[in-house]
Ligand binder design. Sequence first.
Ligand code: 2YP
Length: 263
Amino acid sequence: MKRFTVLFFSALCAAIMNIPVAAQTLTNEVLLNGVSMLDTPYVGGVLDRENTEELVLNTDELDCTTFVEYAIAMTLAPMKENNIKDEAVFSDYVQKLRYRDGKVEGYTSRLHYMTEWAQNAIKAGILEDVTATNSQYTMQVQTTYMTSHPQLYRHLANNAQNVQKMREIEQRLNGTEVHYIPQDKLTSDGFDWIHDGDIIMFTTNEPGLDIAHMGLAFKVNGKLALLHASSKDKKVTITKYTINKLLEDNPKWTGIRVLRIRK
Ligand code: 2YP
């Protein structure tokens, strides 16, 4: 993990040199850790490469979810005496975020639907749902996407046992009521109660899917933008436009949920 540490701090310095001046007054640690991963390549399917499920710690190839997981875990991992992040604590937090009750017990123990990923993080005391306390709008999530598209998932295609397990998980989650901010209620400024480094999850009307994308809130000159691992830009980047513009540009996206780290 030494390589990780060296990379971590060299990336952090590089990022601070390159980011807009506004960001250099960053006070939010989650955002700062997210910025340390700027320009890291976007790579899908990194967690599905092995034949058996294991905890993967790869900060060199990120997707939207793993980017957020690593930014949170970096924030919660304390510095050791030699000014190096405690890698063991970092690893523990990634596992607690990515797996149901923090236990790696096969493919379906990974929290594939962000509705359950959020529930698990809240139950573990890692995150809080600030949408629930600030927005009265609710929606019922749909979670049938993975078993209706098994061919898109390496460990579901031709694996009837995993499909059946995923179906049981989907039936438990389907219909869960969550608070969100509908797209038409979100302006380019966002809201005062949305802070730098908050986790933004984009709700969707894609049949059977609860969340379509996620990233970190980044307020630039009072406008609410997103720091995220972008499949379009193929890297970690800060949007040059606001989150409400991102919603306009993605017609299937219906709004956002906002979660916050509990330190
Ligand atoms: C998740 O997709 C996967 C997990 O299996 C995977 O596809 C689903 C329902 N879950 O462990 C995890 C990490 O790789 O990714 C994410 C995906 O967003 C991609 C990665 C992106 O925008 O970069 C999460 O679910 C976050 O938003 C959705 C999105 N999945 C789909 O749009 C099908």
